[in-house]
Design a protein around this ligand. Structure first.
Ligand code: BGC
Length: 417
């Protein structure tokens, strides 16, 4: 075979396998490992595979993603990062500064991301003016989940204020239910704490505490009240809460053993996976005292620089897929979140998602839209870790003093600023 016919053979083979010729591999690090989360992650895998690429799943279990971030750092330090990783909020800037992230501007221009995304979301995805991450969804953290059947049996009323919340908890307790399903893990303690700060300090006080990290706010009487309320709330969780995963806590509600859970709307993924219907089998209420406000948590996939051309194409296809309206619908209906595109048709979403979208838009028009601290949106992972340490120590120590806790909070944050 001469050189020409060899080339012709290669060319005709390539035309027989056009997908294989363009196919690459995407390795995606994430922590979507509960039953409901996995169903959502599988929708992305399927769409990427339909484009002819290979999906290499890099799932690291552990709610809130702390374990996943530790594994990611090890892989990046050894010079072998995955193609994409679930990196969120201000952390994207830190990875960008290391020079490890790939630019997605071409895909973003072609897909008109600047027009489709809320500005606040687009800015978080950019490092030095260039897109380096693609947003997947918008989660709302300040939700209270309720099993209405359990409430009915206990004669409890869905609460709209903190007083009503504790009144409902008393009724649930008296009727022999676990009033509040909780998992004693630092990020879950932090999620509950954040809800209380949002409720007691309001959105502007919340902003001052977590985004500005203002010392006077962190040590204020209102913050003392937050810790005192956290202590009170501790009396309504069961003795087996230590170390429990968030989805097992949701399971206690689904099984009719507990009445309420304070959790972001990824909890809905478990209800959906169990075939339960929003508004009928379960209720989502804005956490008492935070009605009209929205603590946001945006999942995003940041892209790492790759040397292989085909893998780079696969990476771009992954980014295109994430912004696709069909993916936004399938994924978010399984994940419990709302789409990140402003033009998305919400008619096929359930009542909780529709309320979330409405509240998101209204909160964004005023001061009510605030970044979640417990989910890496408000501050660096160092500040987040400092808050978790103080809150978890307080939560686990029945003798802890709210007045001392606020001083410890301010000191712990100052030490990592
Ligand atoms: C992530 C969600 C995830 C949840 C539980 C949050 O920080 O943003 O995507 O479902 O943790 O692991």
């Amino acid at each position: 075979m001469n050189a020409f016919s060899r080339l012709a053979a290669v060319v005709s083979l390539a035309s027989l396998f056009p997908l294989a010729a363009l196919a690459g591999e995407v390795e995606v690090l994430h922590w979507w490992t509960s039953g409901g989360e996995k169903r959502a992650a599988d929708t992305l895998k399927k769409l990427v595979e339909e484009k002819g690429h290979t999906w290499k799943d890099f799932a690291v279990a552990g709610g809130g993603g702390e374990a996943a971030m530790t594994v990611l750092k090890t892989r990046a330090v050894s010079g072998n990062p995955p193609s994409a990783a679930q990196i969120k909020g201000p952390d994207i800037q830190e990875w960008g500064e290391l020079g490890l992230l790939a630019e997605l501007d071409e895909v973003a221009d072609e897909g008109k991301w600047d027009t489709l995304l809320p500005k606040q979301v687009a800015n978080v995805m950019k490092y030095d003016g260039h897109y380096v991450a693609v947003p997947v969804n918008v989660h709302r953290v300040n939700w209270l989940w309720i099993n209405p059947e359990v409430f009915k049996k206990a004669g409890a009323t869905p609460p709209t204020s903190l007083d009503e919340f504790f009144a409902a908890a008393d009724k649930l307790k008296a009727a022999g239910f676990i009033p509040i399903a909780h998992g004693g893990q630092p990020w879950q303690d932090g999620t509950v704490f954040e809800d209380l700060v949002f409720s007691i300090l309001g959105p502007l006080g919340y902003h001052k505490a977590f985004v500005e990290q203002d010392k006077a706010t962190l040590t204020s009487d209102k913050m003392v009240e937050v810790f005192a309320t956290l202590k009170k709330l501790r009396g309504y969780i069961d003795a087996d809460a230590a170390g429990r995963d968030w989805n097992s806590a949701t399971g206690l509600l689904i099984d009719g053993k507990a009445g309420m859970q304070l959790m972001g709307d990824w909890a809905k993924s478990e209800w959906s996976a169990a075939g339960k219907v929003a508004g009928k089998d379960y209720q989502c209420l804005p956490f008492p005292g935070t009605q009209g406000s929205f603590a946001y948590n945006i999942d995003s996939l940041a892209m790492f620089k790759l040397s292989d051309e085909d893998d780079r194409k696969a990476q771009n296809d992954l980014a295109r897929t994430v912004m696709d309206p069909q993916f936004q619908q399938f994924f978010n209906q399984n994940k419990g979140s709302i789409p990140v595109r402003l033009d998305q048709d919400m008619s096929s979403f359930d009542t909780c998602a529709q309320q979330s979208m409405k509240d998101f838009k209204e909160a964004a028009a005023g001061d009510g839209l605030q970044p979640s601290l417990a989910h890496g949106m408000a501050a660096s992972s160092y500040v987040q870790g400092a808050v978790f340490d103080v809150v978890t120590n307080f939560f686990n120590d029945p003798a802890a003093d709210p007045k001392k806790a606020v001083q410890q909070l301010a000191a712990a944050i100052a030490a990592v600023q």
